[in-house]
Structure formats: C-alpha cells, structure tokens
Design a protein around this ligand. Structure first.
Ligand SMILES: [Zn+2]
Length: 301
C-alpha cells in the first residue's frame, strides 16, 4: 500500500481568514492499493484506531465516459449493476461487508437519523433511508455512507463514547445548520460537544464557488456578522451587471461546528477541493452536473 500526500492544508492558513488561526492542519492522503480502488484518508481520524474513515475518488471503478470510473450514485444515469460493482470494489478495499452499508438518500435537508442494523443495504445494496442527510451511530460494523460532488462532508467522532456521524452539508444544509443538528443528535446519545473531533471533508473551495446575491443573503441572515468576512467575498459582476459572490462553505461549516460547542483544535479541514482536482474527484460545478458521486465511508471497527 502506497500513501501519497494530497494536501496538508498549510496554504489555507496563508489566506488570512480570521478563523484560519484556529483550524488544525489536516493531512489528506491518497492511499493506493495495488489492483484495488484507491481511498482518501484523513490524518486526524487515522489516529483513532476504533474507527475507519475513508473517502472515495473517481478511480478504480467500472463506470465509463464522464462517470469514469467509480460512480457511487444510483441516479447518475447508468446501469444499476455498475454502481453495485463499484460499491463492492470499494468495500473490498475498505475490508468491509457491502451488505453492512447504510446509504442515505439525501435531499439537502437537515434530517439526521440513528443508524441501526435494520437500515443496512443488504445483498441488493438498497438505499433504505429516504430524505436523510445525516447518519449517526454507535453500532460497530455498520458503514455510514453519504454522497458528495462539491457539497461538504462533515465527519464527526466522539472518542469518549465511541459515537460517529456523517452529514451532507451543501449550501442549503449549511444555512439550515445540519452540522449543529448532527452535534445535537450526538449529544442526545451522551456525547459532549467538547469531546467531538470533526473533519470537514473534500468539497468545493471558495475560489471555485461563485453564488448569486440571494444565496449570499441567506448566509448573512443565518451567520453572525463577524463571520461574514470569512464566508462571503464580493466577486465579479455578472452578465446583467448583478453582483456575484465567492462562498466559503468550509469557513461556514467551521463556524457552525464552533457554535455547536466543538473546540477549535478539534475541527480539521481537509482543504481538498473537488472542483480543483477533477482528475481525482467528481465536481458538480466543474461539469455542469455531468458527474458521478463520491462517498464518505465511516464506521466503528
Ligand atoms: Zn477549488
């Protein structure tokens, strides 16, 4: 097995954002397995030997064309058996049973559910959870699988209580604060926010993420004024002269997790952009939607 550093997060510190003095440099590695699908791994979670966190890339699957080759989305316009084969391949690299996957059918909402054995994908790899954007569990062996292609993956772990959570936080989920909802769900199960470690996973960076005035306004409405400077930057003027903005979803989610009570030293930012790394990852924005799905895989050993 070969390990290659994808990003150390160092250059993010140099951007001069107020929150940057806090966040921990995360090291993201591409783990290559001869003859198998590669995985991305995150240094901060690798240190926790009771869990496994991996993120897929677009490499090592059977999909073709713009879906090439590890598409893990059911609704991207390809045969079901290809997607199933891709899941089986990546589970093979992970060393987990694909029947134990818990797959969420995400809708950019804020529903976070407790995952148990009854929700497992089973032999047919079925997506049993509808309208769910976050999963939390304390059951060893279940593999929480959430999907992405620019949206922000939030991976949370409580080393005291051995509880893990995985949530999908696109711009809509971010303004509706799914990060906080997820932390609250863990607290209901006995976690203390100050014990929770978080990884903000591969997703679109601020330079790549242009939004319109109405989206920027949603963020102004839902975030404290002192955070605006880090989250929303004035961009170019659009074709009709309307003002565009560059949105930093990483910063927004960082502030959310802080507001939820996480300690700044426990929030790690991968700094890997899906849109800047199209050879390795799928990006919705970069391809106008002609893309596959990436997945996070989080489990308690
Ligand atoms: Zn980028």
């Amino acid at each position: 097995m070969e390990k290659m550093l994808v990003k150390s997060g160092k250059e993010l510190k140099e951007k001069g954002k107020a929150y940057a003095r806090w966040y921990q440099e995360e090291e993201t590695y591409l783990e290559e397995h001869p003859g198998q699908a590669p995985l991305l791994r995150f240094h901060s979670m690798e240190e926790l030997d009771w869990l496994s966190l991996a993120f897929s890339t677009r490499l090592g699957g059977v999909s073709t064309g713009y879906l090439s080759s590890m598409n893990l989305g059911w609704d991207r316009g390809e045969a079901r058996e290809n997607v199933c084969e891709n899941y089986k391949r990546i589970c093979n690299t992970l060393g987990v049973d694909y029947r134990k996957l818990v797959l969420s059918d995400q809708v950019h909402g804020v529903q976070v559910v407790y995952a148990n054995e009854g929700m497992c994908a089973g032999e047919d790899i079925e997506k049993k959870l509808k309208g769910v954007d976050g999963l939390v569990t304390d059951r060893p062996g279940l593999v929480l699988a959430t999907s992405y292609a620019d949206c922000v993956p939030l991976f949370l772990a409580d080393p005291q209580k051995h509880i893990v959570a995985s949530s999908h936080s696109g711009w809509k989920g971010t303004v509706r604060k799914i990060g906080q909802v997820t932390v609250e769900k863990m607290e209901e199960m006995g976690s203390k926010a100050r014990d929770i470690i978080a990884v903000i996973g591969p997703s679109i960076c601020q330079d790549c993420y242009e939004v319109s005035e109405d989206v920027a306004e949603e963020f102004r409405k839902n975030f404290p004024r002192e955070a605006w400077k880090d989250i929303i930057e004035k961009g170019r003027a659009g074709r009709e002269g309307e003002q565009k903005y560059q949105l930093d979803l990483w910063a927004a989610n960082w502030y959310l997790l802080r507001e939820a009570g996480l300690l700044p030293e426990n929030i790690h930012l991968s700094g890997v952009c899906t849109c800047c790394n199209q050879h390795l990852l799928y990006s919705h924005r970069a391809t106008d939607g002609k893309r596959g799905n990436l997945n996070g895989f989080l489990s308690i050993r």
